[in-house]
Write a protein that binds this ligand. Structure first.
Ligand code: SF4
Length: 485
């Protein structure tokens, strides 16, 4: 049995996949778009806490401001005084290390022969290395290691025609996941890859104009109505009272929306393609309870508890079907973020206990069913179980609302390489033994799809190893490798 206390590294006690970014774009005549973009980014903070930025245009010129840290730290009133105009794009980023953080912060802005251009991207181009080499062979230099800079340079170099035509030309060469917002001096463009990997939605602002964002919650924060998805392969132009929509490349059939948006990334108020995230998570819990009940009956637990916050809806659904009462077991410190203050050695040993406290009275002498949304490296499940046992739990059963993650993501999500993934190296029973659970269950792929009420249309590659786009495993970087460079 591993000794978890000493294995948990402070700052890495979060064993979830990590989304790389949130994006927003706004055209709002007669409004202070920088301020609106700030509040939109604020609503997208959960999609990236490492860096934030925005670029604003007024029809003639463009200004940009970006920095390392949370949205509210980067954008002080002083920082926003020069961000004037009616057109804006913004970005929250996860994640880079050390000195490369600011260099890779977005948007990227450059001056082109067609005027200023800025771009912010959520996703990962799997052919970025080839495109970058091609551009370097043509004499183009780069200031960062980001595929977003590659995309920006491609747009700058594409020849005559309109911006829509230049973007369409580039989309024919971009392979991978991209939900992109592009700013010129007098237009915001919203662009989504033909597979629809990452979300992007658009809404009508109450004072006129439109906003586009990674999640509907950010649009609701801005008061948007008539929200719809930017469809796979579309370019939507925001520069007028009416949207201009162009189907620039044919959508893939079927689409490949990242299923992890529903399992973990998105805020529960988000709705895509008619599926609300909170309700989907509740159904994931219900399906999991049905699958476990078939094997165990429903006499294995006294209380169902979620690992907060993302597992709360699933635990409610699980309790509903299993008829095992729901209660809170962990209290999460919601104000824990990234910190550059190193803990003392004695605090470091407390690992997840710095982030979670147990309500002993709800746990003592109980057979606890702990619901979590995923196990990636397997470094937090054991410490959480240990907290429950220290609080007097008689048994701890763990139920995970997705299948085992055995394959890396190449479409912009940081979940490690093959060797980092515990389900790539161990069987379910070996994982159970490693984390010290009395039993361990993962939802099946079929159960997951039943919960989403779809038979296809979602990427499931991290569970099945079947990638929607052919991937050369030896040359494409995973999200983990990208963020560590
Ligand atoms: S591999 Fe997994 S994390 Fe990556 S896009 Fe597909 S479903 Fe999402």
């Amino acid at each position: 049995m591993p000794v978890f206390d000493s294995q948990v590294i402070f700052g890495q006690e979060d064993d979830h996949p990590h989304e790389e970014c949130g994006v927003i774009g706004i055209f709002a005549p007669n409004e202070d778009v920088a301020r609106m973009t700030f509040f939109g980014l604020y609503a997208l903070q959960h999609r990236g806490q490492e860096a934030a930025g925005m670029a604003v245009a007024d029809g003639k010129s463009m200004s940009i401001y970006k920095g390392v840290g949370l949205v509210s730290h980067v954008f002080t009133p002083n920082a926003m005084t020069d961000l004037n105009g009616h057109y804006a794009i913004g970005h929250t980023r996860y994640s880079t290390t050390g000195s490369s953080s600011l260099r890779n912060a977005q948007p990227f802005m450059i001056e082109t022969i067609h005027g200023p251009l800025a771009l912010a991207h959520n996703g990962n181009l799997i052919n970025s290395a080839e495109l970058r080499n091609e551009l370097m062979g043509q004499g183009v230099g780069f200031s960062s290691s980001s595929d977003t800079e590659v995309m920006t340079m491609m747009l700058a170099r594409n020849g005559e025609g309109t911006w829509e035509e230049r973007i369409q030309h580039a989309m024919r060469k971009w392979v991978g996941a991209y939900s992109v917002v592009i700013l010129t001096r007098d237009c915001v463009y919203a662009v989504r890859d033909p597979w629809g990997f990452r979300p992007l939605c658009i809404g009508l602002l109450p004072g006129g104009g439109h906003a586009v964002a990674s999640e509907t919650g950010a649009l609701q924060t801005l008061g948007c109505e008539a929200i719809r998805d930017v469809k796979p392969g579309e370019i939507v132009s925001l520069s007028n009272s009416a949207l201009k929509v162009m189907q620039a490349v044919s959508p893939a059939e079927p689409s490949a929306m990242c299923v992890f948006e529903h399992i973990y990334f998105a805020r529960p108020d988000q709705t895509w393609d008619g599926i609300n995230v909170h309700q989907a998570r509740q159904r994931l819990g219900e399906e999991l309870a049905r699958e476990i009940d078939e094997q165990m009956g429903n006499e294995y637990g006294d209380v169902v508890i979620p690992v907060p916050d993302s597992s709360v809806p699933a635990a409610i659904g699980f309790s509903h079907v299993s008829r095992i009462p729901y209660n809170d077991g962990f209290i999460k410190n919601r104000y824990v973020g990234r910190t550059f203050i190193e803990p003392t050695d004695s605090l470091r040993k407390r690992g997840v206990a710095l982030k979670f406290n147990v309500i002993n009275e709800n746990i003592r002498d109980k057979r606890v069913v702990m619901i979590d949304d995923s196990i990636v490296r397997g470094n937090t499940t054991g410490p959480l179980i240990k907290l429950l046992r220290n609080a007097g739990a008689r048994e701890v059963h763990v139920a995970i609302t997705c299948p085992p993650i055995a394959h890396p993501c190449f479409m912009g999500v940081d979940m490690g390489k093959h060797d980092d993934l515990i389900a790539h190296k161990r069987t379910v029973d070996e994982i159970r033994e490693y984390v010290g659970a009395d039993s361990l269950y993962f939802l099946s792929v079929d159960g997951m799809m039943r919960a989403l009420k779809r038979t296809d249309g979602f990427c499931q590659a991290c569970f099945t190893g079947r990638y929607p786009i052919p991937v050369n495993l030896s040359s494409v970087k995973t999200g983990f490798e990208r963020v560590m460079k």
